[in-house]
Design a protein around this ligand. Structure first.
Ligand code: FAD
Length: 317
C-alpha cells in the first residue's frame, strides 16, 4: 500500500523507522536484530537507506597507490524484499542519483516493482568525500527532481528506450527529502523551497524531513511550504541523541543545529548513559508536541540502533 494512502486512511498518526543496510560482509540477521524490537509498534513503513560507493587509495607494489571503489553497505533492494517477507511491512527503499546511470536506475526500479515494492524515496545523495560538489554519473540524474521525473515517467510507461511500445506503466509512490533548516548547499530557504515545490510538481507525493531538534524550525518550515503551495503530507524526521560526540557531529554531517538548552544539558551530562536519557527525553517531548500539532506520521532515524527510538516510542504510542 502507498505511504500516502496509509496516511489518508489512518485515523491516528503513523509511525515509521529508517534503517541502515549492514556493512558489507554482515548478514541480514543484523538487520533483523536491530528492527525486531521495533516491530511490536506496528510501523506503517520502514525505510532502507542507500549508501553509494566510496573511494580509498590502497598501497600496491613499488609504492604505487591504486584508487579502489568500495561499497560499504550494499543490498537495499534485497533488504527491502527480506523485510516484506519476514514482517509483512511496507518497505521504502531510498534511491539516489549519485553513482547511477539512468539505465541502472531504471533496472533497479524494475526489480523493485517486480518485488511488489511501490514506495520509494527519491534523493540526490551527497557528494563523495573526494568531491567538492556533487558530480552525477555520466548518463545519470543530476538532482532529485530528475530522478522523480524518471520514476514518474515510468509510472506513465515511458522508459529510457523511447521506442518501446506498450511498455508496462509502474505505480510508484514517490517521497522526497525536505530540510527545515534548509539544505546546506541552498543559498537561502526560499530557493530551497522553490526546488522542493518543483519536486512535488514533478510527481512526488510526500516529504520526509531531515532530522531537527527545534520543533519551531519544523513548524516554520511547514508554514513556508504551505505558503509556497506545497500541500502534500510533511513527515518530521526524529533522531534521539545517544552520544555526547553527536553535539558536534550532527551539525557537521547533517547540517542541523541544536537548541542551546539541549546542547548545554548534554554537555553537562556526566556519562553516556545520562546523555542517552536526555536524548530520549528531548525526542519524546518533541514527538508529543508534533503530535499535538497534527503531524501525519513520526519518522525515526535509527541509524542501526533501535534502543533509543524504542524508548521514545514506548512513551508516545
Ligand atoms: P535535491 O532535491 O536535488 O537538492 C540538492 C540541492 O540542490 C539543494 O540545495 C536544492 O535546493 C538544490 N537544487 C535542487 N534542484 C535544483 C536545480 N534544478 N537547480 C539548482 N539547484 C537545485 N543520502 C544518501 O546518500 N542515502 C540515503 O539513503 C539518504 N536518505 C535521506 C533521507 C532523508 C529523509 C533526507 C532528508 C536525506 C537523505 N539523504 C540520503 C541525504 C541527501 O541525499 C542529501 O541531503 C543530498 O545532499 C540532497 O539530496 P536531495 O534529494 O534533497 O537533493
Amino acid at each position: 500500500m502507498k505511504v500516502t494512502d496509509k496516511i489518508k486512511e489512518s485515523k491516528s498518526p503513523l509511525l515509521s523507522f529508517e534503517i541502515l543496510p549492514p556493512l558489507k560482509g554482515k548478514s541480514i540477521q543484523s538487520i533483523y536484530d536491530s528492527i525486531d524490537p521495533l516491530m511490536e509498534f506496528k510501523p506503517a513503513f520502514v525505510n532502507v537507506t542507500y549508501h553509494r560507493e566510496e573511494y580509498v587509495y590502497k598501497k600496491r607494489e613499488k609504492g604505487f597507490l591504486e584508487k579502489v571503489s568500495i561499497r560499504k553497505r550494499p543490498g537495499t533492494v534485497g533488504i527491502c524484499a527480506a523485510l516484506i517477507n519476514k514482517y509483512d511491512v511496507e518497505a521504502v527503499p531510498h534511491l539516489i542519483c549519485g553513482g547511477f546511470t539512468r539505465e541502472e536506475t531504471e533496472n533497479a526500479l524494475i526489480d523493485l516493482y517486480f518485488l511488489g515494492i511501490k514506495n520509494v524515496l527519491a534523493l540526490r545523495g551527497d557528494p563523495i568525500k573526494t568531491e567538492q560538489h556533487f558530480v552525477p554519473e555520466e548518463g545519470g540524474n543530476n538532482y532529485a527532481i530528475d530522478l522523480v521525473r524518471q520514476i514518474n515517467n515510468l509510472n506513465k510507461g515511458i522508459y529510457n528506450d523511447e521506442d518501446m511500445i506498450n511498455a508496462m506503466p509502474t505505480d510508484f509512490s514517490i517521497g522526497v527529502a525536505g530540510y527545515p533548516e534548509k539544505h546546506f548547499e541552498a543559498p537561502n530557504i526560499e530557493t530551497d523551497l522553490m526546488h522542493l515545490k518543483r519536486k512535488i510538481d514533478a510527481g512526488a507525493e510526500y516529504i520526509v524531513t531531515q532530522l531537527f531538534y527545534d520543533n519551531k524550525k519544523f513548524f516554520d518550515f511547514v508554514k513556508l511550504c504551505r505558503g509556497a503551495g506545497i500541500d502534500v503530507p510533511i513527515i518530521p524526521g526524529i533522531k534521539p541523541i545517544t552520544r555526547k560526540s553527536q553535539i558536534s557531529l550532527l551539525s557537521k554531517f547533517f547540517h542541523v543545529s541544536l537548541p542551546y538548552d539541549l546542547s548545554k544539558e548534554l554537555d553537562a551530562a556526566r556519562n553516556e548513559s545520562e546523555v542517552a536519557d536526555l536524548g530520549v527525553k528531548w525526542a519524546a517531548d518533541q514527538c508529543r508536541e508534533l503530535l499535538q500539532e497534527g503531524v501525519p506520521c513520526l519518522h525515526f532515524y535509527t541509524m542501526g540502533k533501535s534502543s533509543a527510538a524504542k524508548r521514545v516510542v514506548e512513551q508516545i504510542f
